[in-house]
Structures are given as structure tokens and as C-alpha cells.
Design a protein around this ligand. Structure first.
Ligand code: G3I
Length: 302
């Protein structure tokens, strides 16, 4: 097939991109979006500060615009993200304890309910583990409400939208030998053993050159999959977009039957949060880069 989405669809997979609602009026952008991708993740529009800027007052306009654009082009939506220590509105940052606990669970319930039936996958919880060798949870106001806050968020999302696929999403869980990877693995294993509703794990996969793209990435993907969850590559970008690293990531996903989604974190280099690093598949003028061709070839050969 001749596009990323259609090539991924040959094996029942999705190839997506982060999108920004503010760019939906740019026809060069939407031309690439609608032609190449069969999945989108709102880059900022479903975050807590965007959807509940004042406590109990919800704001869905920009997110709805993305959802509607996607629906009218047959594109699936990944919701990002219901619970996160970052991008919290000021009112939430100032809460703690049982008040915060109620507020975050109400947030999960309200937002998942609003988008019920329109969001295929939710990043229910984002980035809850610490970097480094501790294997511990990240300290945050949410973590300080009790160690079970993550499963409470998953249960709330499941109650609000029983058909959505519920994912845990994090960065630096790519290397199978890292303590952070092992800690997330144990959490998923525990959730599966106790019937906590979790369907998928997202590996953000923001890579610098080839250097933090680990040679055991495929082992990580297949190990999570063996727990009975799908695995998704959710925010892929690679400094300077080396063709070899991009094709290896795609080949690693294709080698794991439960690796169902690859999402790049933006369309053109100029759209990227790392725009100085040329990490994406299209240049600032919307031209296909060598990495695009490498990815397309890998998808078609898989
Ligand atoms: O929209 C405002 C604009 O009105 C204002 O003038 C401008 C001035 O700073 O800020 C704009 O908001 C920025 C927004 O991006 C849209 O460009 C925020 O300040 C900025 O913080 C925000 O950054 C986003 C970041 O998450 C926030 O944490 C990036 O776009 C987004 O790519 C990035 O994505 C995260 C994932 O959600 C989670 N994983 C890591 C990834 C990269 O950091």
C-alpha cells in the first residue's frame, strides 16, 4: 500500500500521529493527516488543564474538533490523557488527599463519559513511574493520595466507557533491563492477576538518535504482550530521524502480534515539540523524508 495507515492496516494495525487542533485549518497539514494516518492522538487538547480548566467546568471544544475531524475521515482516536502529574490546572495542583482523590476520579469519569464511543483507546494514566534505578512510583500529588490511585483511575474509566481500551502510558520503559520498565511490567502483571481493567501499555518511545533505542526493545514489547495486553508505540520520534532506527522500531512492532499501534508525535518536523531535532517523517514543507520511505517499506514488507 502507498500510505502509512493503509500499509499498517494490511496487518490490522494502526499508524497514527499526534495532532494539534490549532493546525486543522492548515490544508497542507490536513492533506497529510487525512492521506497518511488512520489514528490520531490529540497532542494537548484532552489533558487535564485543557478539559477541566476550572473545577467542575469542562471544556471540550478543541478536543471535539479533533474527534469530529477524525470521525469524518475514518480515523480512530486515542485519548491522551485522563490522569497525569503534569499539565494539571492550578486548582488541581493545589489539592491533596481525599479532595484530590475525588477530583481526579470525577475528572476521569466526566471526560471518559463525554467521549464515550468516540475514543478507541485511552491513556488512562500517564508517566506514573520514576526514572532511574529505584523502580518506584514517581512522587506526585496523585501518588500521595494512595498507592492504589492508578487502579482507581482505571476502574473509573472502565465504568464510564466500558468499550474503550484502557492503556497505561510512559516513557523510558523501552529497555527491558531498566528498573522503570520492570516496575511497570510488575504493575501490569498485578493488575491482570487481580482483574483491574487494563488492555494496553503505551511505550512513548521518544528516542535520541539510536542511542536510547535499545537492542532489546522487541523483548520489551513481547514481554508486555505476554501478560495479555496490547502494546502500542505511542509518541515515536527519533532525533535526526535515522532511517535504520525508524525501520527497526517498525520491524520490532511487526514482530509482535499484539503490537497494534504505532503513533508518531507529530506530522512535520515543524509541528514537533522537538522541532530543532528534525525527528519526524515529513519535513517542514510536508515533503516525505528518507525515514518516511523506510517506515513505509518496513510496513509493506512486514
Ligand atoms: O497553547 C499555548 C499558547 O496559547 C501559548 O502562547 C504558548 C506559550 O508558551 O503555550 C501554548 O501551550 C503550549 C502547548 O504545548 C501547545 O503548544 C504549552 O505551553 C506547552 O507546555 C505544551 O507542550 C506540550 C507538552 O506535552 C506539555 O507537557 C507539547 O506540545 C506536547 O508535545 C507534549 O507531549 C508530551 C506528552 O503529552 C506526554 N509525553 C511526553 C510528550 C513530550 O513532552
Amino acid at each position: 500500500a502507498s500510505t502509512l495507515g493503509a500499509s499498517a492496516a494490511q496487518s490490522g494495525r494502526y499508524f497514527g500521529t499526534a495532532v494539534a487542533s490549532g493546525r486543522l485549518g492548515d490544508s497542507a497539514y490536513t492533506t497529510l493527516l487525512d492521506r497518511e494516518f488512520n489514528q490520531v492522538t490529540p497532542e494537548n487538547e484532552m489533558k487535564i488543564d485543557a478539559t477541566e480548566p476550572q473545577r467542575g467546568q469542562f471544556s471540550y471544544g478543541n478536543a471535539d474538533r479533533i474527534v469530529q475531524h477524525a470521525a469524518s475521515h475514518g480515523i480512530k482516536v486515542r485519548g491522551h490523557t485522563l490522569a497525569w502529574h503534569s499539565q494539571q490546572p492550578g486548582w488541581m495542583q493545589s489539592l491533596s488527599g481525599s479532595t484530590l482523590r475525588s477530583a481526579i476520579l470525577n475528572h476521569v469519569t466526566q471526560v471518559a463519559t463525554h467521549f464515550r464511543g468516540q475514543v478507541t483507546w485511552w491513556d488512562v494514566v500517564n508517566e506514573a513511574y520514576a526514572d532511574g534505578s529505584s523502580g518506584a512510583r514517581r512522587d506526585s500529588n496523585l501518588q500521595r493520595t494512595g498507592n492504589d490511585w492508578i487502579e482507581a483511575a482505571f476502574r473509573a474509566a472502565d465504568a464510564a466507557d466500558p468499550n474503550a481500551l484502557l492503556c497505561y502510558n510512559d516513557y523510558n520503559i523501552d529497555n527491558w533491563n531498566d528498573a522503570k520498565t520492570q516496575a511497570v511490567y510488575r504493575m501490569v502483571q498485578d493488575f491482570k492477576s487481580r482483574g483491574v481493567p487494563i488492555d494496553c501499555v503505551g511505550l512513548q518511545s521518544h528516542f535520541t538518535g539510536g542511542s536510547n533505542y535499545p537492542s532489546n526493545y522487541r523483548t520489551t514489547l513481547s514481554s508486555f504482550a505476554a501478560l495479555g495486553v496490547d502494546v502500542h508505540i505511542t509518541e515515536l520520534d527519533i532525533r535526526n530521524a535515522p532511517t535504520s532506527a525508524y525501520s527497526s522500531v517498525v520491524n520490532d512492532c511487526l514482530a509482535v502480534s499484539r503490537c497494534k499501534v504505532i503513533t508518531v508525535w507529530g506530522i512535520r518536523d515543524s509541528d514537533s515539540w522537538r522541532s530543532g531535532e528534525s525527528p519526524l517523517l515529513f519535513d517542514g514543507s510536508g515533503n516525505k523524508k528518507a525515514a518516511y520511505n523506510a517506515v513505509l517499506t518496513a510496513l509493506n514488507n512486514g
